[in-house]
Design a protein around this ligand. Sequence first.
Ligand SMILES: Nc1nc2c(c(=O)[nH]1)N[C@H]1C(S)=C(S)[C@@H](COP(=O)(O)OP(=O)(O)OC[C@H]3O[C@@H](n4cnc5c(=O)[nH]c(N)nc54)[C@H](O)[C@@H]3O)O[C@H]1N2
Ligand SMILES: Nc1nc2c(c(=O)[nH]1)N[C@H]1C(S)=C(S)[C@@H](COP(=O)(O)OP(=O)(O)OC[C@H]3O[C@@H](n4cnc5c(=O)[nH]c(N)nc54)[C@H](O)[C@@H]3O)O[C@H]1N2
Ligand code: SF4
Ligand SMILES: [Mo]
Length: 845
Amino acid sequence: MDLSRRTFLIGAGGAGIAAVALGAKGKALAKISRPAPKIFDEKFVPSVCRQCPGGCGIMVRVVNGKAVKIEGNPKHPINYSVIADMHSGKPGEGVGGLCPKGAVGIQLALYDPDRVKGPMKRTNPKKGINEDPKFVPVSWEEALNDIAGRMKKIRAEGNANTVAILGGRYRGQSHHFAKDFLMLYGSVNDIGHSTICADGSKKAKEYIDGNKSYSSYDWSNVNYAMGFGAAFLEAFRPTSMLLRQWGYLRRRNPRPKFVYFDTRTSVTLSKADEGFIVNPASDGAIALAMAHVILSEGLWNRQFVGDFNNGVNQFVQGKTVEPESFKEKWTTGLVSWWNLHLKDFTPEKAEGISGVGAKHIRRVAREFAGTSPQVAYLERGATCYTNGTYNAMAIHSLNALVGSMYAKGGVAYQEGPPYAKDAYPELHDYVDDVAQQAWEWSFDEKKHKWSVKEKAKKLAKYQDVADAQLEGKPYKLSMAFVYLTNPLFSPANPQRFHEAFKDIFVVETSPYISETGLYADYILPDHTYLETYLDDPVYPSVGFPVAGIRQPVVKPLYDTKSTLDVFVELGKLMGGRMADYYNKMGDSVTVMKKLSAGLGITWEQWLKDGVWYKSPYPYLYSDGSFYNIKENKIMTPDEVKEKLFPTPSGRFEFRSGKMQKKLKEKLEKDTHLKDEKDPKKIKEIEDGIKARLADKEKELYPQYVKIEFVGGADFDLYLNSGKPITAAEGRSANTPFIQEILQLDINRGWDTYCSINPDTASAKGIKDEDAIWVESPVGKIKCKAALNPGMHPKVVHIIKEHGHHAYGKWAKGRGANPCELIKNVSDPHSGLQAFFQTMVKIQKA
Ligand SMILES: Nc1nc2c(c(=O)[nH]1)N[C@H]1C(S)=C(S)[C@@H](COP(=O)(O)OP(=O)(O)OC[C@H]3O[C@@H](n4cnc5c(=O)[nH]c(N)nc54)[C@H](O)[C@@H]3O)O[C@H]1N2
Ligand SMILES: Nc1nc2c(c(=O)[nH]1)N[C@H]1C(S)=C(S)[C@@H](COP(=O)(O)OP(=O)(O)OC[C@H]3O[C@@H](n4cnc5c(=O)[nH]c(N)nc54)[C@H](O)[C@@H]3O)O[C@H]1N2
Ligand code: SF4
Ligand SMILES: [Mo]
């Protein structure tokens, strides 16, 4: 035993030293190719991962036609951003790392023995979660003809708008294909999963800096980072880049400080320099108090925000400030924000709400403001509540107060790739009368292109589709295509969808039998991401444009088809203008080849590298001005408005002009102003709207809103459900490799665990590993207790992974799904489902 331990240590140490030596030489490791005996036909095929939205480049080692290992693509900036510097010409160096989910793709995606091996048709008309669909294999031709026939009939009956596409993990052109298909057919029901994902941070940013997007951060140059419910080392995107960035930053001199806020001791919190366990939904209060400190102590960035005319700080606690006394530079609404929300929002007040000590809030605010460059970042933890958009607005405002927007070491927005413009035919030329009923087209003379907006009524946002369908309000769907999402598993209270999907004709595209698949009338299995072509402009990350490209690393194993081409083929079968469009366009690969022309490289080169990018980031803020790096000049305010702050004022807006515009439009619609002809009445309505807007003025600013949790007095614990690094949403439950890596915060796998603070557990007579019931107002699940002293005493945590009624042999029937406990409530501003707003009670089973 001693000996084997010793051998192991020597082995591990040796490997470690080799890795360091090669790592120091940068690209060297990438060039390692094991000298394979001649009997092996070995190659490395570049492609792009799709286990999460990170968009990492991968190199798949293929031996004798079998994929045997997935590594990172050392040419892809997401993978080698160890010292990626957004604002220098050099994107960084590295060896191409991945996260565990990326590495197990072969097992999770490709060689899963329970894959759907070809198109399948349901023969059991009865639908239910325990109902055997009695699938029988069919040919593609038969399946597509039948579906197209049904779609033609629905269209002829005037119900085109009742056909929907529910979509999830769209990448590259996939959303374009799905949406165009509906636009040509005549439905506005392009229903995406973003309202069960992370729309809160996007909405907040749209409201205050004009960019409806996640942000890119110049991590390499950051000196102080403050995170709110954004799991840097577990989920925040792109995880694998952040992991390596972390390794680099922990060794960089000066070493940046990471401060993190969460409601539990996640891995991210345990690794931070300082971690604070906060009360759920209280992040907005902490951020407001920090803004209060930064202003009252005179710590804001004067070049970005501006200053008092007389240079004397008049932000004094409890005192209002004269708006004219302050001249703002690149922001608007600062003084009224102070007067309406900040002047009394002291750290002591925030302590009462969040549980974080006032002295810590004060100190961290001072450190943050005093240590540039710095960023404040956030994601689902701060936003999955009905006050989420406001929490996010408050946190993101801190970036403006300290002058981090577009600065070196600050916050920016991802640039897209310069794809060729003519890859698709002009869609407008192909819309027929039926399609015109769903969408309104208008020609923008200035931009010289067609723009389009919804004319027909959309059924509902993703998580509300079940209720809309069950109530038949505003109408019922007749048919739904489902692409890379699992509505019968992933949203709040998916039990609702189990009922609602009974009377929809469901076309599922997953190559696995998901819960949704159990309700499918047809399964038209997509290629897995390792068998298909699909481009991949990265999610917000490095800032400069990056477009990865997927290609088949092996020939498709079964009789599957890219769902993009399913839309093309169905479109052709529909006949008429729709067929004309698709005949002109060609298949998905034809489109992608054409797109690549804009990148200035050949299609072959793109496939060979697996990625195209162009660094550095084209814009930079410094010392009060914005620079266009490409053109080497200072940007005019109009250019800043167009490119960087597309808000009504062209600046960062503490008072959201976009929110006000939206409110006004809603009031105009509700009062039917447009339909009124009588000038007297019009004046009356307009005055009414003005008065309402004045009443609502206070709502336009970042603020803290106290929320009601679902469950009230009968339930005593807050249910939290974050993502461990091993989980790929509900898909990883079917992966032995992942289950064996274990859920790191509690060191267990293969089952559903509820993390509980030991004091809370012992008060209820619950011991570690006990079977327990967790009950909420909408559901009850059985799982195991994992006592964890890092838990907030009032918060319990269950990850979404297990609890499958379907899927492969490892997942089916194992553990429980926390979504079954969550009540469907959404943030009114972003529409994001409030995942963490339900309360539960627990007892020993
Ligand atoms: N490993 C892994 N990574 C992923 C994914 C995956 O499935 N697995 N999915 C990807 C997707 S689709 C998304 S949207 C992103 C999401 O990325 P994140 O938003 O970073 O991840 P989450 O784990 O959903 O939420 C972050 C944290 O919020 C905490 N939290 C809950 N309530 C509060 C609160 O009131 N305040 C604070 N401060 N924290 C709170 C949770 O405990 C959790 O640790 O991750 C992506 N990356
Ligand atoms: N409790 C709790 N609930 C959550 C979350 C949480 O952290 N906790 N996270 C939320 C978030 S951030 C998100 S984004 C959602 C995600 O929830 P979903 O949008 O449902 O996404 P996935 O769970 O990834 O499900 C993907 C579906 O696509 C299918 N699929 C897999 N590969 C392919 C393929 O190659 N082609 C096609 N056509 N289909 C494929 C799978 O079978 C599965 O049915 O879940 C949300 N729900
Ligand atoms: S972070 Fe992991 S799962 Fe996400 S794309 Fe990268 S390797 Fe894949
Ligand atoms: Mo998500």
